[in-house]
Design a protein around this ligand. Structure first.
Ligand code: C2E
Ligand code: CA
Ligand code: CA
Ligand code: CA
Length: 278
């Protein structure tokens, strides 16, 4: 046991020790954040490209750290997934997004506004996820048809046998499913057949080059046509300029989001965008 202890000590050189300590600190901070509800949502509009109308929002989580300020999701979601803390965080995101979207829907005349929520594989492994979704809908009063759950390709590629059943249960509530970052995985076409998907989100890496690189344009148009053939909606992610917008609109992409329209906004700013003060 002594020898093992010595070897261990040698592995942890000062620099690594610091990294290790920082990781532990982050984990402890994240646990506290879950208890104290240190999370906030931003909302990015999803726009109908031909009319410019806002048809939906994507909810994106932020961590409001008491000392470090706003921490973006890519800096804490992986740790939250490893530690299982994504389950309570994700449930909070879902309930909060439904609650806010229901309030905005009440003030909106005409077409309903949908809200899209990102979901991790770890959440889908929870047997009670369909009940959690149903309860978020009934507590908020948001119609199921106004909720979209976004799944990544990797989630579907490495899926468990129970994943399909879970997704079918959620779909039977009336909730729609989107594939995020479409085109970046390696078996995209196979799981479009296997899973009950409604919406394809074309990854930003295609949209970035759509006006400049013929191959990117051809692939993007191909994805849009694939969506049409399968009666799926297509959302282009990360639209930043007018050139990208016109290429996508000409290619009959239905919906889009990106900094060209709006960055993710807090609830106050999003409310003003949806209901401009007259
Ligand atoms: P995502 O789902 O692909 O979300 C799109 C990301 O692109 C967001 O980053 C958004 O702010 C950013 N974005 C939108 N338009 C543009 C644009 O025109 N240009 C550029 N450069 N970026 C744009 P964000 O908010 O930092 O989120 C990063 C990722 O974190 C998300 O990627 C998603 O995978 C994950 N995430 C965010 N919120 C949640 C959540 O509540 N649960 C889970 N499990 N993951 C989340
Ligand atoms: Ca997403
Ligand atoms: Ca995405
Ligand atoms: Ca360009």
């Amino acid at each position: 046991a002594k020898k093992q202890g010595k070897d261990r000590y040698e592995i942890f050189e000062p620099a690594m020790q610091a990294v290790f300590q920082a990781g532990l600190q982050m984990e402890a901070d994240l646990r506290r954040a879950v208890v104290r509800h240190e999370f906030e949502l931003r909302y990015q509009p999803i726009v109908h490209l031909k009319t410019g109308e806002i048809t939906g929002l994507e909810a994106l989580v932020r961590w409001q750290h008491p000392e470090r300020g706003i921490i973006p999701p890519l800096d804490f979601i992986p740790l939250a997934e490893e530690t299982g803390m994504i389950v309570p965080i994700g449930e909070w995101v879902l309930r909060e997004a439904c609650r806010q979207a229901a309030r905005w829907n009440e003030r909106r005349d005409g077409k309903p506004l949908s809200v899209s929520v990102n979901m991790s594989a770890v959440q889908l492994e929870q047997a009670d996820l369909p009940e959690v979704v149903a309860s978020a809908l009934s507590n908020s009063g948001l119609p199921a048809t106004s909720l979209v759950i976004e799944l990544t390709e990797s989630l579907l590629v490495d899926h468990r046998p129970s994943t399909l059943r879970q997704l079918e249960q959620i779909k039977s509530l009336g909730v729609r499913l989107a594939i995020d970052d479409f085109g970046t995985g390696y078996s995209s076409l196979a799981y479009l057949r296997r899973f009950p998907i409604d919406i394809i989100k074309i990854d930003k890496s295609f949209v970035d080059d759509v006006g400049d690189v013929p191959a990117a344009a051809a692939l993007t148009l191909g994805i849009i046509q694939l969506g049409q053939a399968l009666h799926l909606s297509t959302i282009a992610e990360g639209i930043e300029d007018a050139e990208q917008l016109s290429e996508l609109t000409d290619g009959n992409c239905e919906l889009g989001q990106g900094y060209y329209f709006a960055e993710p906004l807090n609830d106050v700013d999003m409310g003003e965008l949806l209901f401009p003060p007259s």
